[in-house]
Design a protein. Structure first.
Ligand code: HEM
Length: 482
């Protein structure tokens, strides 16, 4: 039975690849095509023998001086961009043609709240939700959240110092990702839902266990069921409607719905964002319209995405930073010296202190350049697009892909994407992570152990970058915790 099934699968696979794919190739797949099927078969990719990053490196190397190329990828051909000016046009100048993203997973239940994740929304619906949710992430709001980063950061450092004290060597060997998760889960519990998760004291808290399952994208459709269960009532329940003021996203989203959040002023935008401001700006949206845009299910969906991104992407970033600092002691020392100059006596750093840490900002940016969270960015073309300067033609509904990992140019830097559809949580992620890195280097020397892999082999699942499991580092306390 199994043999028959395998034979049937192989026959269908060969038939599809040899006949159907070729005969259904559109005409525009012409001289710009780079054929990758010999080196990167669908089977290789499915079995994880080759990754999307290997494939993008191969394509970039084969492109020579070409500014873009067409790649015959399943389920339909994509256009891969190399030229930085073309990338800028797609992300910013001609963004109106490229407002949507490819679906990174499909949810069979059309009514599922998962269809309302900001990253999944399309066209006008995306524009409306993005514009209404954006004031949640202004500098002022993030400054308010600094209290979580400091409070949680200090508990985290104390717990790590105690762990080191208990060890006969006086140093703590840590599993990097699960240790960093203790910090990010507590921060995200506090700042998204206004709740204490107990994860610093107990890495296997119920919250941590459930979050671990949520981070597993195979089970994404379980997320809502899991977290709306009566045993876990606080998460994703919209209850903060009264006068209670909390420093969390749930509160902010509800304020946004009521029209109480100040719209994005240009002072809150960085220079790229100013350039990329949504041209079709419907900022006249009335408060009554806002409550139609931010329905309960849209707020719940944003809670899910803020939670997932704030936990997984940020944990990976902090972990990659700790690893990089362990391997570069000179940089670690220089960073420690910088942090030592601004940190307050009680060990805390406020928003303005962090802004002074220019070397920390450089270190964090370099870590993101080397280990960006996404291996690829993409946009879907909404109407036929032509660029007369380069001859690029993108038919409607075609995906345009920008590899973030492949070496393009020393001036290309896209860890948070670009343009109106860039990462909405960028500032939050940077401040949360920088606070954690500063706390770590101020209080500990970070060293590799005999088990730390050099060089690091990041894992790629679909187009996401992850830290390898079981990555170990050693922390030696540098000061007494009070
Ligand atoms: C170091 C941490 C993070 C990294 C590296 C990261 C990276 C990214 C990237 C590359 C994109 C796609 C951008 C594009 O297509 O141009 C994205 C989108 C997004 N990110 Fe993040 N992210 C991080 C943290 C966060 C956090 C903390 C939040 C929320 C609290 C967040 C929320 C989102 C959302 C909602 C989108 C979709 C935006 C839209 O479609 O309008 N991210 N992120």
């Amino acid at each position: 039975m199994l043999v028959a099934f395998v034979l049937l699968f192989v026959t269908c696979y060969l038939f599809y690849n040899l006949f159907l794919v070729k005969s259904s190739k559109p005409k525009w797949l012409g001289e710009q095509e780079i054929n990758t099927s010999a080196s990167f078969s669908t089977l290789d990719m499915l079995l994880g023998r080759k990754t999307v990053v290997d494939k993008d490196h191969h394509i970039y190397n084969s492109m020579g001086t070409k500014k873009f190329c067409v790649v015959d990828e399943s389920p339909s051909p994509i256009i891969l961009l190399k030229d930085l000016d073309l990338i800028k046009k797609v992300f910013i100048k001609d963004f109106d043609y490229f407002t949507d993203r490819r679906d990174f997973f499909t949810v069979s239940d059309k009514k599922s709240v998962l269809n309302k994740l900001l990253g999944m929304l399309k066209g006008e619906e995306w524009k409306n939700v993005r514009q209404t949710v954006s004031p949640t992430f202004t500098t002022g709001k993030i400054r308010r959240m600094m209290v979580h980063f400091n409070g949680v950061g200090q508990q985290w450092v104390k717990m790590l110092a105690e762990k080191a004290k208990e060890s006969p060597t006086g140093s703590a060997k840590i599993d990097v990702l699960s240790t960093v998760n203790q910090y990010t889960l507590e921060v995200i519990g506090n700042s998204v839902f206004g709740m204490r998760t107990g994860t610093i004291q107990d890495p296997n808290s119920i919250f941590a266990q459930k979050a671990g399952r949520m981070a597993n994208m195979d089970r994404i459709t379980d997320i809502i069921k899991l977290n709306l269960s009566p045993r876990y009532p606080q998460i994703f329940k919209i209850t903060v409607e009264g006068d209670v003021k909390q420093n969390d996203f749930q509160q902010l989203l509800i304020e946004a719905r009521k029209g109480e959040l100040k719209a994005l002023g240009s002072d809150d935008l960085d220079s790229f964002e100013k350039e990329a401001e949504i041209r079709d700006n419907n900022s006249n949206t009335k408060f009554s319209d806002k409550s139609k845009i931010l329905t309960d299910e849209v707020i719940i969906a944003q809670g899910v995405v803020f939670f997932l991104a704030g936990f997984t992407a940020v944990s990976n970033f902090i972990s990659f930073a700790a690893y990089s600092l362990a391997l570069h002691q000179d940089i670690q020392d220089k960073l420690r010296e910088e942090v030592g100059r601004v940190v307050k006596e009680d060990g805390s750093l406020d928003y303005d202190d962090l802004a002074q840490l220019t070397y920390l900002d450089m270190v964090a940016s370099e870590v993101l350049r080397k280990f960006p969270g996404a291996a690829r960015l993409d946009r879907v073309c909404m109407k036929d697009y032509r660029d007369p300067e380069t001859g690029l033609f993108v038919p409607k509904n075609t995906a345009v892909v920008i590899p973030v990992h492949a070496e393009r140019s020393p001036y290309s830097y896209l860890p948070f994407g670009q343009g109106p559809r860039n990462c909405i949580g960028k500032r939050f992620a940077i401040i949360e992570s920088q606070a954690a890195i500063a706390n770590l280097v101020h209080n500990f020397r970070i060293d590799p152990t005999e088990k730390t892999p050099v060089p690091l082999q990041a894992r790629f699942i679909a187009a996401q970058t992850f830290l390898p499991m079981d990555l170990e580092l050693m922390l030696t306390p540098l000061r007494k915790q009070t």
